[in-house]
Write a protein that binds this ligand. Structure first.
Ligand code: FCX
Length: 452
């Protein structure tokens, strides 16, 4: 299947010409100013990179190639029920075009073929030639209690041996204009392999009951879509759980370029590190509690709340619980955002999913109660820029409901999804010849001398 690759290739000349014209015409124009506050505040608000696949507006929320989440739900083809499938989003991110049903199906089949081939080869490898190690051997060598995110990142590195880009670069025969073709192959391989590796990590390390545990290479059902197959490999075959997985993998895929996971992937990739190295770096950032790990933190916090509140979700009691969290020096996980200044649309669509599929779930009712209370408590601190919930405030409660109860796995699912956005941009960055990143840093002494 080369429909997608051919479409990307056909767009490259005009995209490069467009970027060149931008540079020629506006190369000397200013896009903003940098204050000392911005410099010292995590580069917040500095316009410093090109990132085509999505754009985040403080008030409108995220747009994937111009489309909001409700628009994705309406317009992307390939739906099994109501939610879009991530394959359709991947096509959109790479081409800036809503694909046809046929195009989505061809991409789905391509990804599933890659996944099946990978899983079969590793399983055969396990059964037969023990001297040829594979990524699952690398994972088995890690203690079972190693955090699942560390395992996922290590797995990316362990699979780097398969990088086509790496081999071509080392051969010295690859032209700069061809880089993207091998990055594309690696990226699609990696997007296909990650759910298999993640399902393996789940069953080996996260699941506690002996009957659900396994250290076998998961079996891929290539007739399914990527999300449904992921859900099935983890042991969840209900249509509702598959549908949740489609929503989950779609909405976590991309959030413009400056967030830690996207930026880390982009930065490392700019040194021509292959997708395995680059995305492993992104995953290491996603594993931080202020970023992707917040979904795990939220679940822990909700469980803490359930114990402390003993079913009393009255406004006063919940408020006191939230205030105590702040008093103990912790952040309220799942609330706040560096860019957004409203309720995250990714929170809203998950809330809709919950209202449709599980309105009576007790933990969902707690999440809803917190939505009424937390913003005012955060506003009262006088320092929180955005008191509204983000994506992580809601995801765990849905997963719990459908049986995915092991919260230390949640960020792994975020990572599987994030590969779609980060790696799409990585392909485009190489296709359009982006430069190696090298911003200027200064010392605090330099600042003092400049302004004193
Ligand atoms: N609870 C308590 N305090 C909070 C807070 C929260 N949820 N959100 C922000 N603050 C505090 C900050 O810690 C900071 O305090 P300080 O001045 O004493 O250091 C102050 O408010 C100003 O921060 P603000 O400008 O609003 O936020 P930042 O851009 O610095 O940080 C994050 C943004 C997301 C890191 C912050 O809101 C936070 O820690 N939230 C909780 C963790 C979380 O949910 N992370 C996931 C975010 C996201 F969706 C993702 O990337 O996955």
């Amino acid at each position: 299947f080369d429909g997608l690759k051919a479409q990307i290739e056909s767009q490259i000349p005009s995209e490069i010409a467009r970027l060149k014209a931008l540079k020629t015409k506006y190369g000397q124009e200013k896009v903003g100013e940098v204050t000392v506050n911005m410099l010292m505040g995590g580069m917040r608000g500095i316009v410093g990179m090109l990132y085509e696949t999505s754009l985040l507006d403080a008030n409108d929320g995220i747009r994937f190639r111009g489309l909001t989440i409700p628009e994705l739900q309406e317009k992307l083809p390939g739906k099994r029920d109501r939610e879009p499938i991530p394959e359709a989003l991947l096509f959109l991110l790479l081409t800036n075009k809503v694909p046809t049903e046929k195009e989505v199906e061809a991409l789905r089949a391509d990804l599933m073929e890659r996944a099946e081939k990978f899983a079969k080869e590793c399983a055969m490898n396990d059964a037969g030639n023990k001297s040829k190690k594979n990524v699952f051997d690398a994972l088995r060598a890690l203690p079972e209690e190693t955090h699942p995110m560390t395992q996922l990142s290590a797995a990316c590195l362990a699979m780097q041996n398969d990088s086509k880009f790496l081999k071509m670069y080392a051969s010295g025969t690859m032209k700069k204009t061809e880089y993207w073709k091998y990055i594309y192959e690696d990226a699609l391989d990696l997007i296909a392999k990650l759910p298999v590796v993640a399902a393996y990590i789940y069953k080996r390390s996260c699941v506690k009951e002996a009957a659900r545990k396994s250290s076998e290479v998961p079996t891929v059902d290539a007739s399914l879509d990527l999300a449904a197959n992921f859900s099935q490999m983890m042991g969840f075959s209900s249509n509702e759980c598959k549908e949740l997985m489609r929503l989950y993998l779609t909405i976590h895929a991309d959030h413009e370029g400056g967030n830690v996971s996207a930026h880390a992937t982009h930065l490392v990739g700019s040194a021509l590190s292959d997708p395995y190295l680059s995305f492993s770096a992104g995953l290491n950032g996603l594993a931080g509690p202020l970023h992707g790990l917040a979904n795990q933190e939220v679940l822990k916090w909700l469980k803490e709340a359930q114990v402390a509140l003993k079913g009393d979700y009255s406004a006063e009691t919940v408020k006191t619980f939230v205030e105590n969290t702040l008093k103990s020096g912790r952040v309220v996980p799942g609330y706040g955002h560096a860019v957004l200044r409203r309720t995250d649309p990714r929170y809203e669509c998950q809330r809709e999913f919950a209202l449709k599929h599980m309105p009576d779930d007790e933990m969902f009712q707690l999440v809803s109660r917190l939505y009424e209370i937390v913003p005012d408590v955060l506003k009262a601190t006088g320092k929180v820029q955005n008191p509204w919930p983000n994506v992580d405030a809601h995801s765990g409660v849905l997963l719990q409901h459908f049986g995915i109860k092991e919260e230390n796995f949640y960020t792994v699912m975020f990572g599987v999804s994030r590969s779609i956005g980060c790696l799409s941009q990585l392909i485009l960055s190489r296709a359009h010849g982006y430069a190696i990143e090298r911003p200027k840093s200064v010392t605090s002494k330099w600042l003092e001398e400049k302004f004193q």
